[in-house]
Design a protein around this ligand. Structure first.
Ligand SMILES: [Zn+2]
Length: 115
């Protein structure tokens, strides 16, 4: 039997760096945070202060004494909801084309443009 590599189509992520998001699923459900980084290929985003794990570091001589550090792991985009900066509600994003023919993100609740 032949094995095929699963090809993940690059889907456009509607969430951008600086957006405020709310976690829908998982250990941090209900938490909100700001998007720090977006990984389009993995469909994941890094949210400040959310999905933080404690990592134990082994001591490596004098320069690295070891200990516990906080490690933030990226979250699946599908597990997050955007919080509209205009109406402060959890919303979905739509698109609209402005007068300059550019595509803008739009809050589906208050219809305001989200930059
Ligand atoms: Zn809104």
């Amino acid at each position: 039997m032949k094995r095929y590599k699963k090809i993940i189509e690059p889907v456009k992520i509607k969430i951008k760096v600086g957006d405020l998001v709310k976690v829908r699923i998982g250990k941090d459900k209900g938490k909100t945070g700001k998007v720090e980084k977006v990984f389009p290929k993995k469909r994941k985003v890094l949210v400040t202060g959310v999905n933080v794990f404690k990592k134990h570091l082994k001591a490596k001589g004098k320069e690295q004494p070891g200990g516990i550090i906080d490690l933030t792991k990226p979250l699946e985009v599908s597990n997050l909801s955007l919080i509209c900066p205009k109406c402060s509600k959890v919303t979905r994003i739509g698109y609209s084309v402005g007068k300059d023919n550019k595509k803008y993100r739009k809050c589906k609740k208050c219809q305001e443009i989200i930059k």
